[in-house]
Write a protein that binds this ligand. Structure first.
Ligand code: ACO
Length: 325
């Protein structure tokens, strides 16, 4: 039975120019390159320049994704931008990107699911395209997490960075089988009872300030492995596929140990897992599309392959999305 599929036609990423190394961080707080690499796998992160905003990073990634997809902006009728660090409380950062791209039609809005933001945004755009309401979507994850960090807190400031990634989704008719290109299944979850394990201690309606990121790292670690494993298994059981059928796992790039532990629990060889966390740290909603764009650009991810994305973040929120590239 023919069906509409959201085909990922291009991907692009952008990292700010300034690199902050572990060695430099060790001069700011009581830490070391050895500790950071051993506990997280992170070697460096990028920090947005003064005046460089989430919309600037998003715009750069969106332009690269459009170029890669050989798509003119006139085709785009939907922009979904995942971020926990918008330029302003309102309007949505997506509308700034829309204006900067010169798009004057369709819809543009932000969504907030922290590190699961990209998976949520992808699922939302996919459902709009499948319903026939829009035809071509830009799905962006963009963050300036450096602005949320307490730079005195060595338990958190060493883990995060700034960046953006984007994909172009186009509605195409498929046969309704797993042989179709496009997004095959998405699975989204939330459990707000875990709010206090990972949050920002400010906001417009509580303190009137932006606040700083607070985290219980050990607890987050345990939930992350269990939740992401569960979300991947849901995607496999919904499609009848086995872990060994998947060509690439593209996880949220939070921490090498979380990525490795999740892959091990799933029985997926580390060689099939895309890891870029060493180069940019945890960029929250930007991390999956950044990893995707890297693995597409270097030729690892090829047309027709099965790509499984998984993420987990504050809330807690978590989810997975399986696509045939
Ligand atoms: N440098 C040196 N020492 C440090 C640092 C640091 N940057 N940070 C903490 N320590 C110290 C602690 O003070 C503690 O010292 P103590 O034993 O004298 O008290 C010691 O290191 C061990 O601290 P733990 O918190 O127990 O270290 P742990 O092994 O749990 O590693 C980490 C901490 C890396 C945060 C880990 O818990 C983790 O990876 N958690 C997941 C967090 C995460 O990825 N969050 C991202 C958001 S959610 C998501 O994206 C999935």
């Amino acid at each position: 039975m023919s069906t509409i599929r959201s085909v990922i036609c291009g991907a692009g990423g952008y990292l700010p120019e300034r690199i902050l190394s572990n060695a430099e961080l060790a001069r700011m707080v009581d830490t070391s390159d050895e500790w950071i690499v051993e506990r997280s796998g992170i070697r460096e992160r990028h920090i947005a320049a003064k005046g460089e905003m989430t919309s600037d990073l998003a715009l750069a990634a969106a332009r690269r994704a459009l170029l890669h997809a050989d798509t003119d902006v006139s085709e785009v009728d939907l922009i979904v931008l995942a971020t926990a660090t918008p330029d302003q409380t309102f309007p949505a950062t997506a509308t700034k990107v829309q204006a900067q791209l010169g798009i004057v039609r369709g819809a543009a809005f932000d969504i907030q699911a922290v590190c699961t933001g990209f998976v949520y945004a992808l699922a939302i755009a996919d459902n709009f395209l499948k319903a026939g309401q829009f035809r071509c979507a830009l799905v962006i994850g963009a963050e300036t997490f450096s602005r949320l960090l307490d730079w005195q807190d060595r338990g958190t400031c060493v883990l995060f960075g700034d960046g953006a990634g984007a994909v172009v989704l186009k509605a195409q008719t498929g046969s309704g089988t797993l042989a179709d290109r496009g997004i095959l299944t998405t699975h989204l979850y939330a459990d707000g009872r875990h709010h206090d394990l990972l949050y920002v201690d400010g906001g417009p309606s509580s303190t009137g300030t932006t606040g700083h990121l607070r985290m219980n790292g050990k607890e987050v670690f345990k939930h992350a492995v269990a939740n992401m494993t569960g979300a991947v298994n849901e995607a496999l059981s919904a499609t009848g596929l086995k872990a060994s059928d998947i060509d690439w796992i593209v996880p949220h790039q939070a921490n090498k140990r979380i990525i490795d532990a999740t892959a091990k629990k799933l029985g997926i060889a580390t060689g099939k897992v895309v890891q870029t966390v060493d180069l940019h740290g945890n960029t929250s909603a930007a991390s999956i599309p950044l990893a995707l764009s890297c693995a597409v650009a270097d030729g690892r991810i090829k047309k027709g392959q099965l790509v499984l994305m998984e993420g987990m973040g504050g809330g807690f929120t978590w989810g997975s999305a399986l696509a045939r590239w």
